[in-house]
Design a binder for this molecule. Structure first.
Ligand code: ADP
Length: 638
């Protein structure tokens, strides 16, 4: 058969270079990665055979086997699992599909020093390629279950790999590492030593549900066993499901290794959550909160959900029926005793027991976060920084757990520059007479703080929550109130802080309204089409004007969001508010009363509206016209 040579995709080549010249000290993990891939391949074959009995594959003794040859300095990890077709080998092994890898490589370029590099490698999984940390050549021989021919892939990791069709490959995949020359200084890293292999498997792969066997070396066995019979392979892992064991039997390290296998993450999880339910519908679960949000958490095709097992047998990955979408970052295992082995995703979506299980798991995750918040503020801070945005989606989609989510939610606020606040703390700090919880949404903390809508609040020292996530506006609207206090946007509706202040001289306000009535009515006519009303403001102290939304209208940000989601929404007209204490507004009123010809004033009214739109980060309707009016007036002021 002919051998063809191919080039690695650019990212793959960069990653391989990194592995070959790696400074990463914990090289042992390459074996964990290969065994993890082998175990996945066994799971896949078992399932495929379950669904399609006619598949020509032997599933009677699925296992992983490790072979070492001291003289040849090779180490082989073999499985009799699903295998890969010729095309799959090229696609899966020659390229890198994981979107996180691009970010990883970018960060690596920036971290030029060895320490930075080591830290980064420790954070990202590189799977199969990690073999190149210890080998200078890797051969992979594989045959896809059901296919007649196999494929051999070989590479020295330097730019190219070869592919060759092989007639008589065994079922599954074997990966042979041609180990780098032994380092006489460092016997600890001799991967041809059986005890070293034993130790690594025990440490990293003990929970793998398939037997991981080691075949004694042929030469060693020949002397030990005169009878000439083939030596018995030794099973290295206990195969005990960690979730079925009691808490005191399992160390944190063991839990963490399971997490890394499931999540394809090289970092420890932030939190491990155990839940064992007895009774009519029995299940055990082991859930993990990762320490970092994955890159693709907000993409449409993010694979969510945990692994489903039935009585220790792996059934499916990414089982989305077990947790709501806003907990999509949670990883782990659920092992249910009373489900059929060939249960489908459709059936799970409708199953009443699964529904109950989802509710229980959801509550458990939320109560764990709450506990973290009371016991370990640092850990909670990390959690909220990474996953707070996602969790807030639950405020909209899961009314049943709204209170539990609000209890663990925290928000930036004008109360403190860096420390976020909970709603509870906010309420405790509310001023005498303050009835509502105020918030403002926007692009960034800075833009919100500088918004004209904030002026009166700043002046009176009233705390405002500063919300910068897209979901904030939606949940604030959906939730409506907290402990009987309304959640109110400072950019919506009438804000009358003086009403909350009992000493406010009411008479003043009435007089003012009378004084400005003419101007307000006239401006409304002038700007008709762009706004629905003009009125005096009590939220401004410095700016001449601002635009606000009516209490029940969508704000421009929300309108944009719905449109981005493909929903038709009418554009709500907004309200222009004027600051009667501002010289410009006072002058305008004066001029309005004195002049017969108001052509000039009409331009000023238009400018005032444009300025208000600009101040909140918007864009005047006709920028060119706005600039012309402005330039005209600046010129006259010279
Ligand atoms: P990851 O395991 O994180 O997806 P890898 O680079 O380790 O990344 O593997 C890439 C893909 O190659 C796997 O997702 C799997 O589809 C395939 N693969 C790797 N090892 C095996 C194996 N032993 N048997 C079958 N397929 C495998």
């Amino acid at each position: 058969m002919s051998t063809e040579t191919f080039e690695f995709q650019v990212e793959a080549r960069q990653l391989l270079q990194l592995m070959i010249h790696s400074v990463y000290s914990n090289k042992d993990v390459f074996l964990r990665e290969l065994v993890s891939n082998a175990s996945d391949a066994l799971d896949k074959l078992r399932l495929e055979k379950l669904w399609d009995d006619s598949l020509d594959a032997d599933v009677s003794d699925l296992h992983v086997e490790i072979d070492v040859d001291k003289d040849a300095r090779t180490l082989t990890v073999r499985d009799n699992g699903i295998g890969m077709s010729y095309d799959e080998v090229g696609r899966l092994i020659g390229t890198i599909a994981n979107s996180g890898t691009a970010k990883f490589l970018q960060e690596l370029k920036e971290a030029k020093d060895a320490a930075g590099e080591e830290g980064l490698i420790g954070q990202f999984g590189v799977g199969f390629y990690s073999g190149f940390m210890v080998a200078d050549e890797v051969t992979l021989l594989t045959r896809r279950a059901g296919e007649g021919q196999g494929t051999r892939w070989t590479s020295r990791g330097e730019g190219t790999y070869t592919l060759e069709t092989v007639g008589d490959a065994p079922q599954g995949t074997s990966v042979t590492l041609h180990l780098k020359p032994a380092d006489p200084e460092n016997q600890l890293h001799d991967y041809t030593s059986p005890w070293k292999i034993r130790e690594i498997i025990k440490r990293y792969s003990d929970f793998i549900t398939w037997p991981v066997r080691m075949v004694p070396e042929a030469s060693a066995a020949a002397t030990a066993d005169e009878s000439g019979e083939a030596p018995e392979p030794e099973t290295l892992n206990s195969m005990k499901a960690l979730w079925a064991r009691s808490r005191d039997e399992v160390s944190d390290d063991e839990y963490h290794e399971l997490y890394k296998h499931i999540a394809h993450d090289w970092r420890d999880p932030l939190e491990t959550i155990r839940l064992q339910a007895e009774g009519t519908f029995e299940y055990q679960s082991l859930l993990f909160l990762p320490a970092h949000a994955p890159q693709d958490l907000f993409t449409r095709d993010f694979k969510r959900g945990v692994q489903l097992y039935v009585k220790r047998v792996f059934i499916m990955d990414d089982c989305e029926a077990l947790l709501p979408p806003y907990l999509r970052f949670v990883k782990g295992v659920v092992d249910a005793a009373d489900l059929s082995l060939n249960v489908s995703r459709e059936i799970l979506q409708q199953d009443r027991h699964i529904e109950l299980m989802r509710r229980r798991l959801t509550k458990k995750v939320l109560s764990t976060v709450k506990e973290m918040k009371t016991k370990d503020q640092d850990r909670y801070d990390t959690f909220w920084r990474e996953f707070g945005t996602v969790l807030k989606e639950g405020l909209v989609t899961d009314p049943e757990n709204r209170d539990a989510i609000l209890a663990v939610a925290s928000f930036a606020s004008t109360h403190h520059d860096t420390e976020p606040t909970t709603l509870k703390q906010y309420v405790e700090r509310m001023k005498d007479g303050q009835e509502d919880i105020y918030y403002l949404t926007g692009e960034s903390r800075q833009s919100i703080e500088n918004s004209p809508h904030m002026e009166a609040f700043r002046d009176r020292g009233i705390e405002v929550l500063l919300l910068t996530d897209a979901v904030d506006e939606v949940w604030a609207d959906a939730v409506g109130e907290y402990e009987g206090k309304k959640l109110r946007s400072v950019a919506k509706g009438r804000i009358d802080l003086d009403a909350e202040n009992e000493d406010a001289p009411d008479g003043d306000r009435e007089k003012r309204t009378e004084e400005y009535a003419g101007l307000l009515g006239w401006m409304k006519e002038q700007l008709d089409g762009d706004i629905k009303d003009v009125r005096l403001s009590s939220r401004l102290t410095v700016s001449p004007a601002c635009v606000v939304s009516d209490a029940h209208d969508l704000t421009p940000a929300l309108e944009n969001m719905y449109r981005a989601m493909g929903q038709e929404v009418p554009s709500a007209k907004r309200i222009l508010e004027l600051n009667p204490d501002h010289q410009l507004v006072k002058g305008l009123n004066q001029a309005y009363k004195e002049r017969e010809d108001r052509t000039e004033l009409a331009g000023t009214a238009e400018l005032l509206h444009g300025l208000a739109v600009l101040a909140e980060g918007g864009r005047p309707k006709e920028p060119a016209r706005f600039v012309k009016l402005m330039a005209d007036r600046l010129e006259r002021a010279l």
